[in-house]
Design a binder for this molecule. Sequence first.
Ligand SMILES: [Zn+2]
Length: 511
Amino acid sequence: MELTALADIKPFKSEWRIQVKVLHTWKHYTKLSGETLEIIMSDAHGTKILASCKKTYFEKFAKKVPVGMWRNIENFSINGPGVSYRPTNHQYKINFIYGTDITPSTLQNDSMFLSLVDFQTIQQGVEDENILIDVIGEVTDLGSLDTVLCSGKERKKIEFSLTDLQGRRIACCLWGKFAESIHANCKAVGGDTVICLLRFVKVGTYRDEVQISNSYDASQIFFNPPIMESEAFLKREVASNALTLVESEQDKLEREIRRDKWMQYPIRDIAELLSSTQIEQCRVIATICAIDKDWGWYYFGCKACNKKVNKISTKVQVVKGNEITTHLWWCEKCDDKVTKVLPKFRIHVWVKDGTGEAYLMLLDWIAIGVIPETAAALLNGSFEELQDIESFPEAVTDLVGKTFMFGIYIESNNVASKGGMYKVGKVWKDLSMLLTGGSTTESWTQSDVGTSNLSGSQANENTVVTPSSKRKQQSNEGEPDISSTTKKQCARVFVKKEKTTKEDSSSKKSG
Ligand SMILES: [Zn+2]
């Protein structure tokens, strides 16, 4: 059979013969079609197309399409490609069928067949946002690796910019393994330049800014790929560092604030939070005044689904003189016995500002941001339940007396009961960035954390955070080491806060 260029194949028949390079494969799942193997291929002209293989044919075809290899493929059906997030701009898509034949090809060609789109075009708006694109740039403004909750599942997320040779920046947000990958790579090279090639990524708009993000597993990430485009970056490195990459601290802060979705929600004081009549989100600046120890400080979550598990049994075996302990747990979500679990923070706290007190719950990925160690590290390998609520680790009890900004979900039960336990979605410990943002500055200084309920001049200067880094440091010092579960004692925590020698009361409220 004669070879046909990918640009010329059409759905009216299935007898085609094509010669293609496999660029990328991944497994995909949809309710409609179940699990499929997705394959992006290119012919020698650089025309790319997506092929899909149903689970029934995995065994037959999956091994025959290794990434990087050229293949001759015969007999397949051709369909429409679906509308959103198409990895190629081909108007059709290939489906492997029972009679599909895949054989090695003699063709050799190292090209990656990139479809790079320049930053100017991206900023001005790409022709069709439903078609995934390739971008390359230098990694700049790398944010922290965050964990967020998406429909009940914890997902890693990271934000950064890619900067092109002209100094244009594009905001990027990567999820899951892509986020972990860029975080690990940039950490590994220290301050060195990292050129990042993102393939088959989405262009969208997020908070009025063009943003690149991965399209589930369809995307690919490469660091310092050995291609002409990255060499151009490395050659220009010296010049670009001197010229275009200088960005003021102010710009950086403003961009960070603009990208944080929580920044769109209003800052409320606790009195306003408690009287809220709507299901919504808001931010509250408050000081943790007590930990509700009745709830303990950790739970065990299933490694597969993150849900809380309950212990069924503990078995101790002696193998070659060593005691080996095996725990067995029940996961209601997985509806099965599980052995792989991880300790996770679950901390219930009382917080207060000048207007009242609220009861918050910090789950694992939230607490990790403000507790210097992980729950696993604090438990030191133990898989036992908490035995004594007085034995909280210092890393946890140290939260008492500290001031944070909390991103809070006001849910229907909070509205109905005008209070109750609020779930926290984010905690900011570095409050200095908020002082740059116009109206937020005002609400910040007004909140004057916790002082109005205090007796006399005991006002806790310690918890009034001001922009100077010196003051910030002080806010972490001289903390009371007690915490309790009752509101009455809660007030006592503040009163007990003795002046430390490092305090500088003259700078009180200087923020
Ligand atoms: Zn589970």
